[in-house]
Design a protein around this ligand. Structure first.
Ligand code: LMR
Length: 392
């Protein structure tokens, strides 16, 4: 039977990981997949995670199943981290999922269960896996303009014009902060305008929230999401702990659904059933570690301090690269790198220029010229800027 399989389209981010690994050059530079790295090029286990894991190892006396919705302390702590007190907890249904991607997948399936004909609108560009999962599920997809290649800022007029075409009952997927792949984010005023549009058109917002704490700070990054949550009747959020807790491989995520209180029992039942048919119980370890950190004042303070160090480090690298590019290109063409937020920006290079950077200089970035800020070498910004300038 397996001879009938067709080759699957490769995810361009995952493909890049393999190409980088196979490159024998010692001078190579990985600016591909969105993984935080410190100045030694290491992706650290965060201090609070190490401490919580040690406590868990000492205290855990069973590995028996927890429940289909996962660790409910984790789910509730994540609700609070994401939404603060913007909405009453009684209106939220939540399920622990394997990573943020797991949450996206479960929520897309929830949309299918609730409204099989709904179209999901995603930004153009967006994280490639949004489109891949929607296609895999056979769901209807539309794209709205988001990024102006000329200014490297949000094309808000284009976005509004395209979203004017949504139909009641459609779903609009937004990036909560740190837009992936562009790094260009909606201002709070723009969030307010999109909220008005969501209300006027009776569509449901879906927030992909994978980088809370990587942009302007834990609460600042959630401002737009909270503003919208305070006004709209329904909302879905897929939140990830891969980046802000550094728990990438442990697969820690949560699917949150905001609805009328009366719809909560049905929603929780649907989320539990989706977990059951897809993988039964979500993986416990990372979620329990996260719940322990968020519940303990000392661990939480230490986690927040380390997350803040990471955020500031990325901002410093952004500024450093923008300065170096200004010198090397004798222009302000790349100044936007310092203004963008989160792990990524797109340099606005052609595929050929991206290929040339990889082939000649061993610099790996995604074909649309998205680069991972955290992969930038603090002591090699000048050299990188020279390489970039040389392919222009
Ligand atoms: C990325 O965009 O690089 C990250 O979200 C990792 C991934 O799974 O693609």
């Amino acid at each position: 039977m397996f001879e009938t399989l067709k080759p699957q389209p490769e995810d361009k981010i995952i493909k890049l990981i393999g190409m980088y690994r196979e490159d024998p050059r010692s001078e190579k530079l990985d600016l591909g997949v969105g993984v935080y790295k410190d100045e030694n090029g290491k992706t650290p286990v965060m201090r609070a995670v190490k401490k919580a894991e040690a406590q868990l190892l000492a205290a855990q006396d069973s590995k028996s199943y927890v429940g289909l919705l996962g660790n409910l302390d984790f789910v509730d702590a994540m609700r609070e981290l994401v939404l603060g007190d913007a909405v009453s907890a009684a209106r939220i249904s939540g399920a622990q999922t394997p990573g943020g991607t797991g949450a996206i997948r479960q929520l897309f399936e929830l949309i299918q269960m609730a409204s099989p004909d709904a179209t999901v609108w995603i930004s153009d560009p967006s994280w490639p896996n949004h489109e891949a999962i929607l296609k895999h599920l056979g769901m209807k997809i539309r794209k709205y303009r988001y990024f102006d290649d000329a200014t490297c800022q949000v094309d808000f007029d284009g976005m509004k014009a395209d979203l004017d075409g949504v139909a009641a009952g459609d779903v609009v997927l937004l990036h909560g902060c740190c837009h992936n792949p562009t790094g260009a984010n909606l201002s709070l005023e723009q969030w307010a305008e999109v909220t008005d549009l969501v209300l006027a058109k009776s569509v449901t917002p879906f927030i992909d929230f994978a980088y809370q704490g990587f942009g302007d700070g834990l609460d600042a990054d959630a401002e737009g999401v909270r503003l919208m949550a305070g006004k709209v009747p329904e909302m879905m959020i897929a939140a990830s702990c891969s980046k802000n807790f550094g728990l990438y491989r442990d697969r820690v995520g949560v699917a949150l659904v905001m609805s009328a209180e009366s719809a909560v029992p049905l929603t929780k039942g649907a989320l539990a059933s989706l977990n059951r048919v897809n993988f039964s119980f979500p993986p416990d370890h990372g979620a329990t570690v996260t719940a322990m950190i968020l519940a303990d004042a000392d661990l939480r303070a230490d986690w927040m301090a380390e997350l803040e160090e990471m955020r500031l480090n990325m901002l410093e690298l952004r500024q450093g690269l923008a300065d170096a590019l200004r010198r090397e290109t004798n222009s302000d063409r790349f100044d936007f790198v310092a203004d963008h937020r989160g792990m990524f920006s797109r340099l606005g290079l052609t595929v050929e220029q991206v290929d040339q950077l990889r082939e000649e200089f061993g610099v790996y970035m995604v074909g649309d010229s998205r680069f991972n800020v955290a992969g930038l070498p603090k002591d090699g910004l000048e050299k990188l800027a020279k390489a970039i300038a040389s392919v222009l």
